[in-house]
Design a protein around this ligand. Structure first.
Ligand code: NOJ
Length: 528
């Protein structure tokens, strides 16, 4: 594995295509829209865009219910729009990563239509069909991610089919070789077109327990938790045979130059790292979501980094994620001021960072009134705060109507503060969060210690977490105040005689002999 592989030092930027830029006034973002905004992405300095699904879909789960893997949904454009985007992205130096959704198709996919047509259909076992335990009782106790049983009874053939998500998203049977081959052809189709890799949706769920055993109850389940947490989900995913599948996918990618597999895997660190395989038969980046789930304080975050670094297998390249289209935005979780500290952490830890579109503007939670709700999870389990609409609202480009996102009616409301919080305005303010992101990304790009150096924890003192990154003679210290009060760094951390290269507050630089961090301040220090 070459140290210089683009995905090791580069930054991945997730685009939720419905919400980035609309080019045809239908209120939904599209591929031409993304193409029009490539200049912004190169200005910001990211290296790769991961675009959430763009394939034909009834949109029950906004593209995660695919009805044709080798086409583009007309809502987003056409295959030729995709080729144009890919060509222009590549000539701007940007890589393009597509979302690959192998666990389930749409119930409108021709494969499922065939499968459900008769018990004797050759595609019957491309999906997971079973008899109920008894009349009206599903085959086992598995719960759908969006609540309710993971099984739906199909009256015409009198069997249940499995769906880990909505009933409109039937699970494919990955134990069946023909399914694997059909899906590998999909990978080849896009690789031949020139895509640089895939983010693989719910990779750990592809293979289920061969006997489909009941999951054990979760003793920590509480009323008002999402229903999926009612059981310990040990039999509906993460089975040993998944690693065969991953190895097969990887061998296809490796027939092409410098392509990448990123696995969406929500598992504890010790299970997560098994998806690296032996380095050449796993995914290059099993998404590490620990920053999203860990309580935001210096002690806990320092511990998490240590545990993760320690768990990595030899040659396993780390990666960090701060947000995505399923999770509350970072500014909503920790506040805008601390969100700058969070981004400094994300972009200076060892490994590949993944950013979420709009976090660089400091967008927080956007209120979506009940009559405007779009997300199916909010509809299946209403009122529990599980809906993902507040984190998927349109990008805010300028202070014109609808923030320059669309001339039509936006599919989700915009943050009402867009007249001030938008890319054009923030670019003009040299102290804005956007300008901070840009400087941070630039520093990361040029500083070998940060983009490819070693990591060493210096320690935690009160609310401050400090660590060092080193590459040859380049030595950088990062000190983050994760608290709301100013604090001086004292002797045990030993940070003296340094020079401030960047502060989250963007108001100081140059030599210092002692370090006091203000509330919500992080600094990157060059060490002499
Ligand atoms: C994970 C995706 O990120 C999420 O948005 C989707 O609902 C599920 N997988 C189902 O595909």
């Amino acid at each position: 594995m070459a140290e210089s592989a683009w995905w090791m030092h580069g930054i991945v930027y997730e685009i939720y295509p419905r919400s980035f830029q609309d080019s045809n006034e239908d209120g939904v973002g599209d591929l031409q829209g993304i193409r029009q905004r490539l200049d912004y992405l190169t200005w910001l300095g990211v290296d790769a865009i991961w675009i959430a699904p763009i394939h034909p879909s009834p949109m029950a789960d906004f593209g995660y219910d695919v009805s044709d893997y080798c086409e583009v949904d007309p809502l987003f454009g056409s295959l030729s729009d995709f080729d144009d985007l890919l060509r222009d992205a590549h000539s701007s130096g940007l890589k393009v990563i597509l979302d690959f959704v192998p666990n389930h198709t749409s119930d409108q996919h021709p494969w499922f239509k065939e499968s459900r047509s008769s018990r004797l259909n050759p595609k019957r076992d491309w999906y997971i069909w079973r008899n109920g335990k008894s009349d009206g009782v599903p085959p086992n106790n598995w719960v759908s991610q969006f609540g309710g049983s993971a099984w739906t009874f199909d009256a015409s053939t009198e069997q249940y089919y499995l769906h880990s998500f909505l009933r409109e998203q039937p699970d494919l049977n990955w134990r069946k070789p023909a399914v694997r081959h059909a899906m590998y052809d999909v990978l080849r189709f896009w690789l031949d077109r020139g895509v640089d890799g895939f983010r693989v949706d719910v990779l750990w769920l592809l293979i289920k327990d061969a006997e489909l055993r009941d999951n054990p109850p979760n003793p920590n389940y509480r009323l008002h938790d999402a229903e999926i947490n009612r059981y310990l989900n040990i039999y509906n995913g993460d089975q040993p045979e998944i690693h065969e599948v991953v190895a097969e996918m990887r061998s296809i990618l490796d027939q092409f130059d410098q392509r990448i597999l990123i696995g969406e895997i929500y598992l504890p660190v010790e299970r997560l790292v098994s998806y690296y395989g032996n380095g050449s038969n796993g995914v290059q980046l099993p998404f590490n979501f620990q920053l999203i789930s860990t309580p935001w304080n210096a002690q806990k975050i320092a511990q998490l980094v240590q545990d993760y670094e320690k768990a990595l297998p030899p040659g396993g390249w780390p990666n960090w994620v701060l947000g995505n289209h399923d999770q509350p935005r970072i500014a909503a979780r920790v506040g805008e001021a601390q969100a700058r500290v969070a981004s400094m952490l994300l972009l200076t830890l060892r490994g590949t960072p993944t950013m979420y579109y709009g976090d660089e503007l400091g967008i927080g939670r956007v209120e979506v009134q009940s009559e405007l709700v779009q997300d199916s999870w909010e509809k299946t389990e209403p009122g529990l705060g599980l809906g993902r609409d507040p984190w998927r609202t349109p990008f805010q480009w300028n202070n014109s109507t609808n923030a320059g996102f669309t001339k039509g009616r936006p599919w989700l409301p915009l943050d009402p503060d867009y007249r001030l919080r938008n890319a054009e305005e923030l670019k003009k303010d040299p102290t804005s969060i956007l300008c901070f992101y840009k400087q941070l990304i630039e520093l990361r790009r040029h500083c070998r210690a940060v983009n490819s150096g070693t990591y060493r924890s210096i320690g935690v003192q009160g609310n401050i977490f400090a660590y060092e990154r080193c590459n040859g003679d380049d030595r950088i210290t990062i000190a983050l105040n994760m608290g709301m009060e100013s604090q001086s760094v004292s002797a045990p951390l030993g940070i003296t005689a340094a020079s401030v290269l960047l502060s989250t507050h963007l108001d100081r630089s140059g030599p210092i002999s002692e370090l006091t961090l203000r509330a919500n301040e992080g600094v990157i220090l060059g060490m002499s």
